[in-house]
Design a protein around this ligand. Structure first.
Ligand code: PLP
Length: 477
Protein backbone atom coordinates (compact mmCIF):
# COMPACT_ATOMS: atom_id res chain seq x y z
CA UNK A 1 0.00 0.00 0.00
CA UNK A 2 1.36 3.43 -0.92
CA UNK A 3 2.28 5.90 1.80
CA UNK A 4 2.56 3.26 4.47
CA UNK A 5 4.61 4.46 7.39
CA UNK A 6 7.34 1.85 7.91
CA UNK A 7 7.17 -0.34 11.02
CA UNK A 8 8.69 1.41 13.98
CA UNK A 9 8.22 4.88 12.53
CA UNK A 10 5.09 5.34 14.62
CA UNK A 11 7.31 5.15 17.72
CA UNK A 12 9.06 8.28 16.52
CA UNK A 13 5.86 10.23 16.87
CA UNK A 14 6.04 9.83 20.66
CA UNK A 15 9.13 12.06 21.18
CA UNK A 16 7.74 14.51 18.63
CA UNK A 17 4.43 14.58 20.49
CA UNK A 18 6.32 15.28 23.72
CA UNK A 19 8.27 18.06 21.98
CA UNK A 20 5.07 19.71 20.69
CA UNK A 21 2.90 19.23 23.77
CA UNK A 22 5.03 19.47 26.91
CA UNK A 23 2.39 21.47 28.82
CA UNK A 24 -0.49 18.97 28.89
CA UNK A 25 -0.05 18.21 32.60
CA UNK A 26 0.76 21.66 33.86
CA UNK A 27 -1.84 23.46 31.72
CA UNK A 28 -4.59 21.02 30.66
CA UNK A 29 -5.86 21.61 27.12
CA UNK A 30 -8.96 23.75 26.57
CA UNK A 31 -11.15 22.44 23.71
CA UNK A 32 -14.19 24.68 24.06
CA UNK A 33 -14.65 28.32 24.91
CA UNK A 34 -14.81 28.97 28.63
CA UNK A 35 -18.45 29.64 29.59
CA UNK A 36 -17.47 32.68 31.59
CA UNK A 37 -14.50 34.66 30.42
CA UNK A 38 -11.41 33.83 32.45
CA UNK A 39 -10.09 36.64 34.59
CA UNK A 40 -7.53 38.63 32.58
CA UNK A 41 -4.94 38.34 35.33
CA UNK A 42 -5.24 34.53 35.27
CA UNK A 43 -4.86 34.50 31.47
CA UNK A 44 -1.80 36.69 31.73
CA UNK A 45 -0.40 34.49 34.46
CA UNK A 46 -0.55 31.42 32.22
CA UNK A 47 1.05 33.20 29.29
CA UNK A 48 3.75 34.62 31.57
CA UNK A 49 4.53 31.14 32.87
CA UNK A 50 4.80 29.67 29.32
CA UNK A 51 6.88 32.57 28.12
CA UNK A 52 9.25 32.26 31.06
CA UNK A 53 9.85 28.57 30.41
CA UNK A 54 10.55 29.17 26.73
CA UNK A 55 12.61 32.33 27.08
CA UNK A 56 15.44 30.79 29.01
CA UNK A 57 16.72 28.81 26.02
CA UNK A 58 16.70 31.43 23.25
CA UNK A 59 17.61 34.33 25.55
CA UNK A 60 20.77 32.61 26.67
CA UNK A 61 21.79 32.05 23.07
CA UNK A 62 21.09 28.33 22.67
CA UNK A 63 19.05 28.79 19.48
CA UNK A 64 20.28 29.02 15.90
CA UNK A 65 18.65 32.06 14.25
CA UNK A 66 15.07 32.31 15.57
CA UNK A 67 15.58 35.47 17.67
CA UNK A 68 18.06 37.75 15.96
CA UNK A 69 18.26 40.59 18.48
CA UNK A 70 16.51 39.75 21.72
CA UNK A 71 17.98 42.38 24.10
CA UNK A 72 15.40 43.38 26.72
CA UNK A 73 15.46 47.08 25.84
CA UNK A 74 15.00 46.42 22.13
CA UNK A 75 12.08 44.05 22.76
CA UNK A 76 10.47 46.47 25.18
CA UNK A 77 10.76 49.27 22.60
CA UNK A 78 9.18 47.18 19.82
CA UNK A 79 6.42 46.07 22.19
CA UNK A 80 5.63 49.67 23.07
CA UNK A 81 5.37 50.59 19.40
CA UNK A 82 3.17 47.56 18.70
CA UNK A 83 0.90 48.47 21.61
CA UNK A 84 0.44 51.97 20.22
CA UNK A 85 -0.60 50.65 16.79
CA UNK A 86 -2.12 47.28 17.76
CA UNK A 87 -5.51 48.18 16.26
CA UNK A 88 -4.15 49.39 12.91
CA UNK A 89 -4.97 47.50 9.70
CA UNK A 90 -3.35 48.29 6.36
CA UNK A 91 -6.55 47.21 4.60
CA UNK A 92 -8.11 50.36 6.01
CA UNK A 93 -5.49 52.87 4.99
CA UNK A 94 -8.20 55.55 5.19
CA UNK A 95 -8.26 55.03 8.96
CA UNK A 96 -4.54 54.37 9.31
CA UNK A 97 -2.65 56.31 6.64
CA UNK A 98 0.36 55.94 8.96
CA UNK A 99 0.56 52.36 7.63
CA UNK A 100 1.25 53.70 4.12
CA UNK A 101 3.98 55.93 5.56
CA UNK A 102 5.60 53.11 7.52
CA UNK A 103 5.47 50.54 4.71
CA UNK A 104 6.54 52.97 1.97
CA UNK A 105 9.53 53.97 4.07
CA UNK A 106 10.42 50.37 5.05
CA UNK A 107 10.51 49.50 1.34
CA UNK A 108 12.57 52.60 0.48
CA UNK A 109 15.11 52.12 3.28
CA UNK A 110 15.55 48.43 2.42
CA UNK A 111 15.79 49.14 -1.31
CA UNK A 112 18.46 51.79 -0.82
CA UNK A 113 20.45 49.42 1.40
CA UNK A 114 20.33 46.94 -1.51
CA UNK A 115 21.61 49.17 -4.28
CA UNK A 116 18.40 50.93 -5.41
CA UNK A 117 20.25 54.24 -5.50
CA UNK A 118 22.91 52.85 -7.82
CA UNK A 119 20.73 51.66 -10.72
CA UNK A 120 20.22 53.49 -14.01
CA UNK A 121 16.63 54.40 -13.07
CA UNK A 122 16.21 56.19 -9.73
CA UNK A 123 14.14 54.80 -6.87
CA UNK A 124 10.55 55.96 -7.25
CA UNK A 125 10.67 56.15 -11.06
CA UNK A 126 8.69 53.58 -13.09
CA UNK A 127 11.85 51.64 -13.98
CA UNK A 128 13.45 52.10 -10.57
CA UNK A 129 13.41 49.63 -7.68
CA UNK A 130 10.11 49.37 -5.80
CA UNK A 131 8.53 46.82 -3.50
CA UNK A 132 6.06 45.79 -0.82
CA UNK A 133 6.03 44.67 2.80
CA UNK A 134 4.95 41.08 3.40
CA UNK A 135 4.54 38.82 6.42
CA UNK A 136 7.86 36.96 6.08
CA UNK A 137 10.47 35.50 3.77
CA UNK A 138 8.20 32.80 2.38
CA UNK A 139 5.48 35.29 1.49
CA UNK A 140 8.00 37.61 -0.19
CA UNK A 141 9.24 34.70 -2.31
CA UNK A 142 5.71 33.48 -3.12
CA UNK A 143 4.66 36.98 -4.15
CA UNK A 144 7.63 37.41 -6.48
CA UNK A 145 7.08 34.00 -8.09
CA UNK A 146 3.40 34.73 -8.63
CA UNK A 147 4.36 38.08 -10.17
CA UNK A 148 6.82 36.38 -12.59
CA UNK A 149 4.24 33.74 -13.53
CA UNK A 150 1.56 36.28 -14.40
CA UNK A 151 4.04 38.67 -16.06
CA UNK A 152 5.41 35.87 -18.27
CA UNK A 153 1.90 34.75 -19.25
CA UNK A 154 0.93 38.28 -20.16
CA UNK A 155 4.12 39.47 -21.85
CA UNK A 156 5.60 36.27 -23.27
CA UNK A 157 2.58 33.97 -23.63
CA UNK A 158 4.16 31.37 -21.30
CA UNK A 159 1.41 29.04 -20.12
CA UNK A 160 3.63 26.32 -18.65
CA UNK A 161 5.93 28.38 -16.47
CA UNK A 162 9.21 27.00 -15.13
CA UNK A 163 11.74 28.20 -12.56
CA UNK A 164 15.42 27.33 -12.32
CA UNK A 165 16.36 26.89 -8.69
CA UNK A 166 19.75 25.77 -7.33
CA UNK A 167 19.51 22.92 -4.83
CA UNK A 168 20.37 25.25 -1.93
CA UNK A 169 17.48 27.69 -2.56
CA UNK A 170 14.86 27.90 0.16
CA UNK A 171 11.90 25.49 0.34
CA UNK A 172 9.60 28.47 -0.30
CA UNK A 173 10.46 28.30 -4.05
CA UNK A 174 9.11 24.75 -4.11
CA UNK A 175 6.05 25.93 -2.19
CA UNK A 176 5.56 28.60 -4.88
CA UNK A 177 5.83 25.89 -7.54
CA UNK A 178 3.16 23.82 -5.81
CA UNK A 179 0.82 26.74 -5.09
CA UNK A 180 1.09 28.44 -8.47
CA UNK A 181 1.61 25.53 -10.82
CA UNK A 182 5.15 26.46 -11.74
CA UNK A 183 7.54 23.64 -12.61
CA UNK A 184 10.67 23.88 -10.45
CA UNK A 185 13.87 22.68 -12.13
CA UNK A 186 16.50 22.04 -9.47
CA UNK A 187 20.14 22.42 -10.49
CA UNK A 188 23.18 21.01 -8.67
CA UNK A 189 25.75 22.96 -6.68
CA UNK A 190 29.50 23.17 -7.23
CA UNK A 191 31.97 21.77 -4.71
CA UNK A 192 31.82 25.06 -2.78
CA UNK A 193 28.05 24.67 -2.25
CA UNK A 194 27.22 27.47 -4.69
CA UNK A 195 25.00 27.32 -7.76
CA UNK A 196 26.69 25.66 -10.74
CA UNK A 197 26.14 28.36 -13.36
CA UNK A 198 26.52 26.09 -16.38
CA UNK A 199 23.84 23.77 -14.93
CA UNK A 200 21.59 26.81 -14.44
CA UNK A 201 22.19 27.80 -18.07
CA UNK A 202 21.43 24.28 -19.30
CA UNK A 203 18.14 24.26 -17.37
CA UNK A 204 16.83 27.47 -18.97
CA UNK A 205 14.31 26.87 -21.74
CA UNK A 206 11.54 28.77 -23.52
CA UNK A 207 9.20 28.34 -20.53
CA UNK A 208 11.64 29.70 -17.96
CA UNK A 209 10.20 32.70 -16.15
CA UNK A 210 13.12 33.29 -13.76
CA UNK A 211 16.31 31.92 -12.28
CA UNK A 212 17.00 32.06 -8.55
CA UNK A 213 20.14 32.81 -6.55
CA UNK A 214 20.68 33.23 -2.81
CA UNK A 215 22.69 35.68 -0.72
CA UNK A 216 23.04 33.82 1.52
CA UNK A 217 21.29 30.46 1.22
CA UNK A 218 19.77 28.90 4.32
CA UNK A 219 21.51 25.50 4.42
CA UNK A 220 25.18 26.50 3.97
CA UNK A 221 25.26 30.29 4.22
CA UNK A 222 27.13 30.54 0.92
CA UNK A 223 26.50 33.11 -1.83
CA UNK A 224 25.79 31.93 -5.36
CA UNK A 225 27.91 33.29 -8.27
CA UNK A 226 25.39 36.07 -8.73
CA UNK A 227 27.42 38.27 -11.05
CA UNK A 228 27.66 35.44 -13.59
CA UNK A 229 24.02 34.55 -13.04
CA UNK A 230 23.02 38.18 -13.60
CA UNK A 231 24.86 38.16 -16.97
CA UNK A 232 23.18 34.86 -17.82
CA UNK A 233 19.71 36.16 -16.95
CA UNK A 234 20.25 39.23 -19.14
CA UNK A 235 21.68 37.21 -22.01
CA UNK A 236 18.78 34.71 -21.96
CA UNK A 237 16.10 37.33 -21.25
CA UNK A 238 14.70 35.75 -18.07
CA UNK A 239 13.98 37.22 -14.64
CA UNK A 240 16.40 36.78 -11.77
CA UNK A 241 15.36 36.66 -8.13
CA UNK A 242 17.98 37.02 -5.40
CA UNK A 243 16.80 35.58 -2.12
CA UNK A 244 18.42 37.82 0.48
CA UNK A 245 15.94 36.90 3.21
CA UNK A 246 18.83 35.85 5.41
CA UNK A 247 21.69 38.00 4.10
CA UNK A 248 19.89 41.20 3.07
CA UNK A 249 20.34 43.02 6.37
CA UNK A 250 23.75 41.43 7.01
CA UNK A 251 25.90 41.46 3.87
CA UNK A 252 25.71 45.23 3.19
CA UNK A 253 27.19 45.87 6.64
CA UNK A 254 29.81 43.14 6.28
CA UNK A 255 30.91 44.93 3.11
CA UNK A 256 30.90 48.36 4.81
CA UNK A 257 33.05 46.88 7.57
CA UNK A 258 35.71 46.33 4.92
CA UNK A 259 35.31 42.62 4.17
CA UNK A 260 35.14 41.33 0.64
CA UNK A 261 31.54 40.58 -0.36
CA UNK A 262 30.64 39.88 -3.98
CA UNK A 263 27.92 42.12 -5.41
CA UNK A 264 24.58 40.49 -4.69
CA UNK A 265 21.87 43.12 -5.11
CA UNK A 266 20.37 45.61 -7.59
CA UNK A 267 23.87 46.80 -8.49
CA UNK A 268 23.85 43.68 -10.69
CA UNK A 269 21.82 44.67 -13.76
CA UNK A 270 20.27 41.21 -14.29
CA UNK A 271 18.66 41.14 -10.84
CA UNK A 272 14.94 41.84 -11.30
CA UNK A 273 13.62 41.00 -7.82
CA UNK A 274 14.81 40.35 -4.28
CA UNK A 275 13.43 39.14 -0.96
CA UNK A 276 14.90 40.57 2.24
CA UNK A 277 13.69 39.82 5.76
CA UNK A 278 13.30 42.64 8.22
CA UNK A 279 12.33 40.04 10.83
CA UNK A 280 15.76 38.37 10.73
CA UNK A 281 18.93 40.53 10.74
CA UNK A 282 16.69 43.63 10.34
CA UNK A 283 15.83 43.04 14.04
CA UNK A 284 12.10 43.74 13.65
CA UNK A 285 9.55 41.58 15.47
CA UNK A 286 8.48 38.40 13.65
CA UNK A 287 5.99 38.97 10.85
CA UNK A 288 7.56 41.33 8.30
CA UNK A 289 9.74 41.05 5.20
CA UNK A 290 10.31 43.08 2.04
CA UNK A 291 9.92 41.98 -1.59
CA UNK A 292 11.58 44.26 -4.13
CA UNK A 293 11.27 44.56 -7.90
CA UNK A 294 13.22 46.33 -10.60
CA UNK A 295 10.45 48.39 -12.14
CA UNK A 296 6.86 48.97 -11.17
CA UNK A 297 5.52 46.86 -14.03
CA UNK A 298 6.58 43.61 -12.37
CA UNK A 299 5.14 44.69 -9.01
CA UNK A 300 1.76 45.23 -10.69
CA UNK A 301 1.56 41.46 -11.30
CA UNK A 302 1.72 40.89 -7.56
CA UNK A 303 -1.38 42.99 -6.88
CA UNK A 304 -4.94 41.73 -6.55
CA UNK A 305 -7.91 43.87 -7.59
CA UNK A 306 -11.62 43.18 -8.03
CA UNK A 307 -13.85 45.80 -9.60
CA UNK A 308 -17.30 44.16 -9.42
CA UNK A 309 -17.56 42.63 -5.98
CA UNK A 310 -20.72 43.51 -4.04
CA UNK A 311 -18.52 44.21 -1.01
CA UNK A 312 -17.08 47.21 -2.80
CA UNK A 313 -14.03 48.11 -4.85
CA UNK A 314 -11.40 45.85 -3.35
CA UNK A 315 -7.65 45.61 -3.71
CA UNK A 316 -4.81 44.09 -1.78
CA UNK A 317 -1.12 44.12 -2.65
CA UNK A 318 -0.12 40.92 -0.79
CA UNK A 319 -1.78 37.59 0.07
CA UNK A 320 -3.51 38.65 3.28
CA UNK A 321 -6.57 40.84 3.40
CA UNK A 322 -6.49 42.48 6.80
CA UNK A 323 -2.96 42.87 8.10
CA UNK A 324 -1.42 43.76 11.46
CA UNK A 325 -0.50 47.45 11.24
CA UNK A 326 1.28 47.18 14.57
CA UNK A 327 3.90 44.90 13.03
CA UNK A 328 4.71 47.37 10.26
CA UNK A 329 4.97 50.19 12.80
CA UNK A 330 7.31 48.06 14.91
CA UNK A 331 9.36 47.15 11.83
CA UNK A 332 9.71 50.82 10.86
CA UNK A 333 10.69 51.60 14.45
CA UNK A 334 13.36 48.86 14.40
CA UNK A 335 14.93 50.24 11.21
CA UNK A 336 14.80 53.83 12.47
CA UNK A 337 16.21 53.07 15.89
CA UNK A 338 19.01 50.83 14.61
CA UNK A 339 20.18 53.14 11.83
CA UNK A 340 23.31 52.42 9.79
CA UNK A 341 25.51 52.67 12.85
CA UNK A 342 23.40 50.20 14.79
CA UNK A 343 23.47 47.64 11.96
CA UNK A 344 27.21 48.08 11.50
CA UNK A 345 27.90 47.53 15.19
CA UNK A 346 25.53 44.53 15.38
CA UNK A 347 27.17 42.97 12.33
CA UNK A 348 30.65 43.58 13.72
CA UNK A 349 29.71 41.80 16.94
CA UNK A 350 28.10 38.87 15.09
CA UNK A 351 31.18 38.45 12.89
CA UNK A 352 33.28 38.20 16.04
CA UNK A 353 31.00 35.47 17.38
CA UNK A 354 31.13 33.69 14.00
CA UNK A 355 34.92 33.74 14.14
CA UNK A 356 34.89 31.98 17.49
CA UNK A 357 32.10 29.52 16.65
CA UNK A 358 33.18 28.57 13.13
CA UNK A 359 36.84 28.68 14.15
CA UNK A 360 35.99 26.26 16.96
CA UNK A 361 34.33 23.87 14.53
CA UNK A 362 37.36 24.00 12.21
CA UNK A 363 39.62 23.05 15.14
CA UNK A 364 37.67 19.88 15.93
CA UNK A 365 39.14 16.87 14.19
CA UNK A 366 36.66 15.11 11.96
CA UNK A 367 34.37 18.13 11.46
CA UNK A 368 34.34 20.11 8.23
CA UNK A 369 32.72 23.47 7.43
CA UNK A 370 30.86 23.33 4.10
CA UNK A 371 31.97 25.83 1.45
CA UNK A 372 33.11 29.37 2.31
CA UNK A 373 30.25 30.95 4.24
CA UNK A 374 30.27 34.54 5.53
CA UNK A 375 27.94 34.43 8.57
CA UNK A 376 25.56 31.50 8.73
CA UNK A 377 27.50 28.25 8.37
CA UNK A 378 27.10 24.47 8.30
CA UNK A 379 29.40 21.60 9.17
CA UNK A 380 29.51 17.90 8.46
CA UNK A 381 31.40 15.05 10.15
CA UNK A 382 33.78 12.63 8.48
CA UNK A 383 33.35 9.48 10.54
CA UNK A 384 30.68 10.34 13.07
CA UNK A 385 26.90 10.38 12.92
CA UNK A 386 26.39 14.15 12.81
CA UNK A 387 22.78 13.73 13.96
CA UNK A 388 24.06 12.10 17.13
CA UNK A 389 26.26 15.16 17.62
CA UNK A 390 23.06 17.23 17.20
CA UNK A 391 21.37 15.12 19.89
CA UNK A 392 24.30 15.66 22.23
CA UNK A 393 24.14 19.40 21.56
CA UNK A 394 20.37 19.26 22.29
CA UNK A 395 21.13 17.51 25.58
CA UNK A 396 23.29 20.57 26.33
CA UNK A 397 20.25 22.75 25.44
CA UNK A 398 21.36 23.81 21.94
CA UNK A 399 18.76 23.94 19.16
CA UNK A 400 20.67 23.43 15.89
CA UNK A 401 19.18 22.55 12.50
CA UNK A 402 19.92 19.17 10.91
CA UNK A 403 20.60 19.33 7.15
CA UNK A 404 20.07 16.45 4.75
CA UNK A 405 22.44 16.84 1.79
CA UNK A 406 25.06 16.16 3.03
CA UNK A 407 24.08 15.19 6.59
CA UNK A 408 25.26 18.29 8.47
CA UNK A 409 24.33 20.84 11.12
CA UNK A 410 23.46 24.45 10.40
CA UNK A 411 24.04 27.44 12.69
CA UNK A 412 22.74 30.99 12.20
CA UNK A 413 24.72 33.16 14.63
CA UNK A 414 22.78 36.18 15.94
CA UNK A 415 23.21 38.92 18.52
CA UNK A 416 22.27 36.30 21.14
CA UNK A 417 25.62 34.64 20.44
CA UNK A 418 27.52 37.87 21.04
CA UNK A 419 26.68 37.81 24.77
CA UNK A 420 29.74 37.16 26.92
CA UNK A 421 30.80 33.52 26.90
CA UNK A 422 28.08 32.19 24.56
CA UNK A 423 30.24 31.57 21.47
CA UNK A 424 32.90 29.97 23.67
CA UNK A 425 30.24 27.77 25.32
CA UNK A 426 29.15 26.60 21.85
CA UNK A 427 32.68 25.45 21.08
CA UNK A 428 33.09 23.74 24.47
CA UNK A 429 29.76 21.95 24.16
CA UNK A 430 30.53 20.89 20.61
CA UNK A 431 33.89 19.48 21.67
CA UNK A 432 32.19 17.53 24.45
CA UNK A 433 29.42 16.34 22.14
CA UNK A 434 31.83 15.08 19.50
CA UNK A 435 33.94 13.33 22.16
CA UNK A 436 30.80 11.68 23.56
CA UNK A 437 29.66 10.42 20.14
CA UNK A 438 33.13 9.03 19.46
CA UNK A 439 32.94 7.08 22.72
CA UNK A 440 29.28 6.02 22.34
CA UNK A 441 28.68 5.64 18.60
CA UNK A 442 25.63 3.44 19.17
CA UNK A 443 23.74 5.62 21.67
CA UNK A 444 19.97 5.35 21.25
CA UNK A 445 17.09 7.83 21.36
CA UNK A 446 16.87 11.47 20.30
CA UNK A 447 16.32 12.76 16.77
CA UNK A 448 19.23 10.89 15.15
CA UNK A 449 17.15 7.76 14.38
CA UNK A 450 14.41 9.93 12.86
CA UNK A 451 16.86 11.68 10.54
CA UNK A 452 18.47 8.32 9.80
CA UNK A 453 15.12 6.74 8.99
CA UNK A 454 14.00 9.68 6.83
CA UNK A 455 17.25 9.50 4.87
CA UNK A 456 17.00 5.74 4.36
CA UNK A 457 13.47 5.57 2.92
CA UNK A 458 13.75 5.51 -0.87
CA UNK A 459 10.02 6.20 -1.36
CA UNK A 460 9.92 9.91 -0.49
CA UNK A 461 6.10 9.91 -0.47
CA UNK A 462 6.38 8.06 2.84
CA UNK A 463 8.51 10.87 4.24
CA UNK A 464 5.93 13.38 3.00
CA UNK A 465 3.27 11.40 4.85
CA UNK A 466 5.34 11.43 8.04
CA UNK A 467 5.64 15.20 7.79
CA UNK A 468 1.89 15.52 7.27
CA UNK A 469 1.35 13.42 10.39
CA UNK A 470 3.69 15.75 12.25
CA UNK A 471 1.50 18.71 11.27
CA UNK A 472 -1.62 16.82 12.38
CA UNK A 473 0.15 16.29 15.66
CA UNK A 474 0.85 20.02 15.96
CA UNK A 475 -2.87 20.78 15.92
CA UNK A 476 -3.83 17.97 18.28
CA UNK A 477 -4.42 18.81 21.93
C1 PLP B 1 17.42 32.20 2.66
C2 PLP B 1 16.03 32.13 3.21
N1 PLP B 1 14.99 32.38 2.39
C3 PLP B 1 13.73 32.33 2.84
C4 PLP B 1 13.42 32.02 4.14
C5 PLP B 1 11.99 31.94 4.58
O1 PLP B 1 11.71 32.89 5.55
P1 PLP B 1 10.46 32.79 6.52
O2 PLP B 1 10.74 31.67 7.47
O3 PLP B 1 10.44 34.13 7.17
O4 PLP B 1 9.25 32.53 5.72
C6 PLP B 1 14.48 31.74 5.02
C7 PLP B 1 14.22 31.36 6.39
O5 PLP B 1 15.09 31.00 7.15
C8 PLP B 1 15.82 31.79 4.54
O6 PLP B 1 16.86 31.53 5.34
Amino acid sequence: MANTIPPGAGDFMAPLDQMLHPYREQFPPQATLPTEGVDREAVLEQIRALSEIEQSRWKQGYASGSVYHGDDEHIEFLNRVYALQSQANQLHADLWPSAAKFEGEIVAMTAHMLGAGQTTAPFGSPEGVCGAVSSGGSESILLAMKAYRDWARDKKGITKPELVVPDSAHAAFHKAGEYFNIRVNVTPLDEQFRADVSAVEDAINENTIAIVGSAVNFPYGTIDPLEEMSELAQRRGVGMHVDACLGGFFLPWVEKLGHEVPKFDFRLPGVTSMSCDTHKYGYAAKGTSVVLYRGMELRRYQYFTIADWPGGLYYSPTFSGSRPGGLSAACWAALMSMGEKGYLEATRRILEAVKIMRGGVEQIEGLRVLGKPIGVFAFAAEELDIYQVMDQMSARRWALTGLQRPPALHVSPTLRHTQPGVAERFVEDLNESVAFVREHPNAEGGMAPIYGLAASIPDRSIVHEMLRQLMDLYYSL
